[in-house]
Design a protein around this ligand. Structure first.
Ligand code: PMP
Length: 388
C-alpha cells in the first residue's frame, strides 16, 4: 500500500542535510581525487592505544560500563583537564564520557533548553550546532563572526543578540571551519557578556591540543566561568580516534546529572573497548603529540603561503587543521568554486556556506593530509585559478 503522508516530524522534515555530506557524495566514482575536505586527522590512532583496545577484548571487558563511563577513565580525564585546560572537575559528579563530542553537544543542549529558549550560535561553525539546538526544542540565534576580525566573534555582537530567552552562547575556539582562536582577552569579553546576562557557555574545545602559536586557554579556566561553562571535548582529533566515537563533557554537578539522565536512556554508555583505548592514550599515549603539532604547523604554513601567493587571500589560522581562504576574487560563489575545482582539477574543498551564510565567499581546506598530497593539491588549485 502506498503511504500518503510522511511519518516524519515537521521539524525533522525541515532540517537541511549537512552541506559537507552532500559535497562528498559528488566524489563517488571519481578517481585521482585529492581531498582537502575531510575534518579528521590523516594519522592512525597510536599503536599503544589500539593495542589497549585489543587487550581489553582479550581480558573479556565486553560488558557495559557505568553510565558516565569507567571511573578510571573519568579520573584520567580529570587529571588531563586539570593539567592541560587548567580546571578541576570531580570525576565522580562532573564528567561524562560520551559517544564523541557530538553526543556531548547533543545532551548538553537537551539538558538545558526549554522550548523556545534561545542559544547564540557563533557562525561559521561546525555543521551540527544549529540543527542540534532545534532538535532540543530551542531556537538557534545566529551571530555571524565578521571576516574583518578573522572570524573572531566580538563581545558587542553577542551583546546585541541577547534577549530575555537567551540561555547559552555556543562557541568553538579554535574553530572549525575558520581555524581562528580567540585570545584570552577576547574570551574574557565574551565571558563578561555571559556573566552580565547570566548565560551558560557551551564551549566546544575539541581542537584544544591543536594550537600552534599561543598558549591554550579554556573558557572554563576564565575567572568566574567554571560554574557557567559546559566544556565539550574528545579524542577524535588529538588522538586520531574519529572512528572510535569517544568524547567527554565536563560541567558543574547539577548540569552533569541532567545530561546523564538523557545519556543513560539514549545511549547507556560509550563503547567499553574505546574507553579502555582512551584510558591508555591519556596515561601513556600522548608522547607523539608534539610531533603531530609540529607536522600540522608546517603544513599550515605551507598551505597559507601557497593560497596567498595564488591570490586567494588567507589569514593564518591559530589552531585546528583548517584554512579558510577567500575566493571572492574569482567571481564565483563558494559552491560553484568547489564544484568546478572538483570537476576540473579533482580537488575537494568544502564551500564556506556549508558552515553558515557568513562563510559565503570562502572555502574550507583541511591540511590534515600528507605534505605530498598538499603540494599536489596546491599545484592543481593554482592551475585552476590561473586559468579562470
Ligand atoms: N566539534 C567540532 C568543532 C568538530 O569539528 C567535530 C568533528 N569534525 C566535532 C565536534 C565532532 O567530534 P566527535 O568525532 O568527537 O563527535
Amino acid at each position: 500500500m502506498v503511504l500518503k503522508t510522511s511519518y516524519l516530524a515537521n521539524h525533522v522534515q525541515n532540517l537541511k542535510p549537512s552541506g559537507i555530506r552532500k559535497f562528498f557524495d559528488a566524489t563517488a566514482g571519481m578517481t585521482d581525487v585529492i581531498s582537502l575536505g575531510v575534518g579528521e586527522p590523516d594519522f592512525v590512532t597510536p599503536w599503544n592505544v589500539r593495542e589497549a583496545a585489543i587487550l581489553s577484548l582479550e581480558d573479556g571487558h565486553t560488558s557495559y560500563t557505568a553510565n558516565a563511563g569507567l571511573l578510571e577513565l573519568r579520573e584520567a580525564i580529570a587529571k588531563y583537564v586539570d593539567d592541560y585546560y587548567c580546571v578541576s572537575y570531580d570525576p565522580a559528579h562532573e564528567i561524562t564520557v560520551t559517544v564523541g563530542a557530538s553526543e556531548a553537544i547533543d545532551i548538553a543542549l537537551r539538558a538545558i533548553l526549554d522550548p523556545g529558549d534561545e542559544v547564540l550560535v557563533v557562525e561559521p561553525c561546525f555543521v551540527s550546532y544549529a540543527p542540534l539546538v532545534t532538535l532540543a526544542g530551542g531556537t538557534p540565534v545566529i551571530v555571524a563572526a565578521e571576516k574583518e576580525n578573522d572570524f573572531k566573534v566580538q563581545a558587542r555582537q553577542l551583546e546585541d543578540a541577547v534577549t530575555e530567552r537567551t540561555k547559552a552562547i555556543m562557541i568553538c575556539s579554535p574553530n572549525n571551519p575558520t581555524g581562528s582562536m580567540l585570545s584570552k582577552e577576547e574570551m574574557e569579553q565574551v565571558a563578561g557578556v555571559a556573566e552580565k546576562h547570566d548565560l551558560l557557555i557551551l564551549s566546544d574545545e575539541i581542537y584544544a591540543e591543536l594550537v600552534y602559536d599561543d598558549l591554550y586557554t579554556s573558557f572554563a579556566a576564565i575567572d568566574g566561568m567554571r560554574e557557567r561553562t559546559i566544556l565539550v571535548s574528545g579524542f577524535s582529533k588529538d588522538m586520531a580516534m574519529t572512528g572510535w566515537r569517544l568524547g567527554f563533557v565536563c560541567a558543574p554537578a547539577e548540569i552533569t546529572q541532567g545530561m546523564l539522565k538523557i545519556h543513560q536512556y539514549a545511549i547507556m554508555c560509550a563503547s567499553t573497548m574505546a574507553q579502555y583505548a582512551a584510558l591508555e592514550g591519556l596515561r601513556n599515549g600522548r608522547s607523539d603529540m608534539a610531533e603531530m603539532r609540529k607536522s600540522y604547523r608546517l603544513r599550515r604554513n605551507f598551505v597559507v603561503e601557497s593560497l596567498n601567493e595564488m591570490g586567494l587571500s588567507c589569514y593564518k589560522p591559530e589552531g585546528a587543521f583548517y584554512t579558510f581562504p577567500n575566493i571572492e576574487s574569482t567571481g564565483m560563489d563558494s559552491e560553484s568554486f568547489a564544484k568546478r575545482l572538483l570537476h576540473e582539477e579533482r580537488v575537494v574543498v568544502v564551500p564556506g556556506n556549508a558552515f553558515g551564510d557568513s562563510g559565503e565567499g570562502y572555502v574550507r581546506c583541511s591540511y590534515a593530509t600528507s605534505m605530498h598530497q598538499l603540494r599536489e593539491a596546491m599545484k592543481r588549485i593554482r592551475h585552476f585559478v590561473d586559468n579562470l
